[in-house]
Write a protein that binds this ligand. Structure first.
Ligand code: MG
Length: 316
């Protein structure tokens, strides 16, 4: 028996009618893949994701090319895909500092993201700074981006656990997040960077953000499926009122800290659940799956997404 690729929708009145998917495959996904994908293939990837109905596609990162060689072609990529903005597609880009912001703004970026850490260990490892010093570095980036009329997303990583520190205190995460929000970020994306979160922890963290004064409609969630918990955690966040969910087409990205094949929540797995719940996403699951199968061929390995495998009959 084969499925036709569509679950039967059954509504749950406690859940939102619509969810905005923040697609991170071209940036967070490809950044963490070993293979370096040619810029024309990346541009096709972004176009195909847009064609599948995704309306927020994080396109690339303006980090120094020697740090992330997978995304060293940001300057070439953006002009190839900027026309999608006319069709209502948002193309945020990651900027690590003011220099990155300058490069992004020069290419007409209208939406940027900064990447902060809730823990000292990861701030040191990823940014070579303390948490306080990294927030001080982001402050002028956020201010200038806002002055230029750009929308700003603040990633907060290691919200649920840290590979060096272990469990991360909930109040600590909410405090760093509040500071990032008060700096002017329009949206915070709470990242479970090593995929250890479970649903009770999600509820507790979101409740702590509310108590810290960060409105839930300014929060997004970014779960990793390392331990198979990403959809359970996502559903929990939706019940709490979150309506923006990060996901990576085909589950691209692996998990750089757990050396596991499963990292980012696969967009197809998310869409299967949301459409099954009767929640609108605007995504055409068949087109999206075909895109991930196409990208898997470029990367030389099958997609880790269960839904991609089930729909495409792709062998694992
Ligand atoms: Mg990720």
């Amino acid at each position: 028996m084969t499925t036709d690729g569509l679950p039967m929708p059954v509504r749950d009145p406690a859940l939102p009618d619509r969810v905005r998917i923040h697609e991170v495959g071209p940036r967070d996904g490809l950044q963490n893949e070993k293979a370096i994908v040619p810029v024309e293939v990346k541009a096709d990837f972004v176009r195909r994701l847009a064609d599948a109905g995704l309306r927020t596609i994080e396109a690339t990162s303006f980090v120094r090319p020697e740090w992330v060689p997978q995304l060293a072609d940001a300057e070439e990529l953006l002009p190839l895909v900027e026309g999608l903005a006319e069709n209502g597609v948002r193309l945020p880009v990651l900027v690590p500092n003011e220099r990155g912001l300058d490069r992004a703004l020069a290419l007409g970026a209208r939406e940027v993201a900064v990447f902060a850490s809730a823990t000292e260990s990861f701030a040191k490892a990823n940014l070579n700074r303390t948490v306080d010093a990294s927030l001080a570095m982001f402050e002028p980036v956020v201010r200038r981006a806002k002055d230029e009329g750009a929308r700003v997303r603040g990633y907060l990583s290691m919200c649920f656990g840290d590979p060096w520190e272990g469990p991360v205190p909930i109040e600590r995460v909410a405090d760093v997040g509040r500071r990032l929000y008060e700096m002017g970020c329009d949206e915070l994306s709470l990242g479970d960077t090593i995929g250890v979160a479970t649903p009770g922890h999600v509820t507790a963290l979101l409740t702590a953000f509310t108590a810290a004064g960060v409105p839930t409609d300014h929060l997004a969630v970014h779960f990793h499926d390392t331990y198979g918990q990403a959809l359970a955690n996502t559903l929990t966040a939706l019940r709490h009122g979150v309506t923006t969910v990060d996901a990576s087409a085909g589950g691209l990205g692996g998990c750089p800290y757990a050396k596991s094949a499963t990292g980012n929540l696969a967009t197809e797995d998310l869409v299967w659940m949301l459409h099954g719940l009767g929640i609108e996403t605007g995504v055409d699951l068949g087109r999206l799956t075909a895109t991930s199968v196409w990208m898997a061929a470029h990367l030389g390995r099958p997609s880790p997404s269960r839904t991609v495998r089930a729909i495409s009959h792709q062998e694992s």
